[in-house]
Design a binder for this molecule. Structure first.
Ligand code: ATP
Ligand code: MG
Length: 143
């Protein structure tokens, strides 16, 4: 069984990764952790409102966030002695996760119910909602 575990660095996604590690241990599964970095347009493409300098700082911070999120994810699996692969993508999170899930032949996607977003009223965030609705494979939504 191939599992795709989704992280955005949030507490809920860490919980999802722990669940994925548990399942992988029980079923002797292969796990891939995915993080999708959102695309940042270049200032030349969006006009004068965003300076080269602030764009550079934004990119730098993004790079640091990505490294931290991936290292954090790998640590969760290392602690459980579960082998894990990592996949870093750039693009639209739910579309990218859905594409990877089908193209990569994954049997199950494990995802947090919510993530880093602010509004916590709804049960699901936009990414978990779109992935759960959009793919053929089973989806485990970790609450
Ligand atoms: N960029 C991403 N890359 C990989 N997985 C992600 C990404 N964003 C969210 N996820 C996964 O989806 C789960 C739910 O996050 P989601 O973004 O749907 O909720 P939210 O941030 O609370 O709401 P919203 O983003 O709609 O404001 C996360 O716990 C994580 O597992
Ligand atoms: Mg989100």
């Amino acid at each position: 069984m191939k599992i795709l575990a989704c992280t955005d660095g949030s507490e809920k996604s860490r919980k999802a990764l722990k669940e994925a590690a548990k399942i992988a241990e029980c079923l002797n599964s292969e796990v891939t952790v995915i993080y999708v970095e959102e695309f940042i347009p270049h200032p030349a493409d969006i006009g004068p409102y965003f300076s080269e300098e602030s764009f550079r700082q934004f990119e730098e911070r993004n790079k640091e966030d990505t490294a931290r999120i991936m290292a954090d994810a790998v640590k969760i699996f290392d602690e459980q002695k579960i082998q894990v692969k990592t996949l870093l993508k750039k693009g639209h999170p739910s579309e990218t996760i859905s594409k990877v899930a089908s193209a990569g032949g994954f049997d199950m996607v494990v995802i947090g119910s919510r993530g880093l977003g602010g509004l916590k009223k709804l049960l699901l965030g936009s990414v978990s909602n779109a992935v759960a609705q959009g793919i053929e494979a089973s989806v485990l939504i970790v609450k």
